[in-house]
Design a binder for this molecule. Structure first.
Ligand code: ADP
Ligand code: ADP
Length: 229
């Protein structure tokens, strides 16, 4: 089996203010899964737990049926990549910003990650090639390009699972659509777990988990969930 799961998870940042309540969810490590729900539902908290950035007060975080304990944490982190809403880029070249994902990566691996993230095809006037990535500063680019650089950074880790936390939510609609297309293509090569407050952003996912007030309210495909509303 290959899945990640939360089993009867309770989580609170502040005592007596539960954010996740007896939460059970299973995400197959294949295809594209979206976790959708209103702001404050606990979506980012779920991602944090799945990536083991924090621990539940009770319950378990399972990978492939095993309770992930501290000892396995490092090997778990090597299997995942993550992109947040506003990616932090350094005042340095695109290449350097991508390389953060894996300091040992070769030039061709960096170039391949940049291609897969769609960096070359969307920078007007850019020549295809490594020098483009070296001579242009990452932090001077548009929001869409910055998110693509963050995507390339995550891809450089060769992740088994790519986690996205509102990765396109700060972009204008056209740019968001374009970056979503790139993400959809990536979903054929790796498993994607994406958190978003907008159901439309989950249209290309294979399955959707709707989270409300820290529990799973519904699951289904985009079509199924649209019919219910
Ligand atoms: P979502 O991603 O669905 O918007 P979050 O997981 O970010 O939801 O937050 C769920 C709840 O936890 C919200 O009420 C939020 O205010 C609260 N929360 C999130 N992070 C913290 C924090 N670091 N400290 C205290 N409360 C937090
Ligand atoms: P570092 O930042 O670690 O010093 P370098 O800038 O020296 O790394 O570049 C790392 C590798 O990329 C080297 O093999 C270098 O020859 C190659 N390289 C650097 N700049 C370019 C470029 N503009 N075009 C092609 N290859 C480059």
């Amino acid at each position: 089996r290959s899945d990640i799961a939360l089993r009867d998870v309770n989580f609170a940042y502040v005592p007596d203010e539960p954010v996740l309540r007896h939460l059970n969810l299973t995400i197959p490590v294949s295809g594209y899964t979206s976790i959708v729900g209103p702001s404050g539902a606990g979506k980012s908290t779920v991602l944090q737990l799945l990536m083991r950035f924090s621990d539940p007060q009770s319950g378990a975080v399972m990978y492939d049926g095993h309770d992930i304990k501290e000892a396995q944490y490092a090997s778990l982190l090597r299997q995942v990549g993550v992109v947040f809403q506003d990616s932090i880029l350094f005042h340095s070249s695109i290449r350097d910003n991508i390389r953060v994902g894996n300091p040992d990566a070769t030039q061709s691996e960096i170039l391949e990650a940049a291609r897969a993230a769609g960096i070359h095809e969307t920078i007007v006037g850019f020549r295809e090639g490594y020098d483009t990535l070296v001579s242009n500063y990452g932090d001077s680019l548009s929001g869409g390009q910055r998110q693509r650089i963050a995507l390339a950074r995550a891809l450089l880790r060769n992740p088994r699972i790519l986690f996205l936390d509102e990765a396109t939510s700060a972009l204008d609609p056209d740019t968001e659509r374009a970056v979503n297309e790139t993400i959809r293509a990536l979903g054929r090569r790796m498993s994607i777990v994406s958190v978003t407050h907008r159901l439309a952003n989950a249209a290309m996912s294979d399955r959707i988990i709707v989270l409300r007030q820290g529990t799973v309210a519904e699951t289904g495909t985009h079509e199924q969930l649209l019919q219910q509303d």
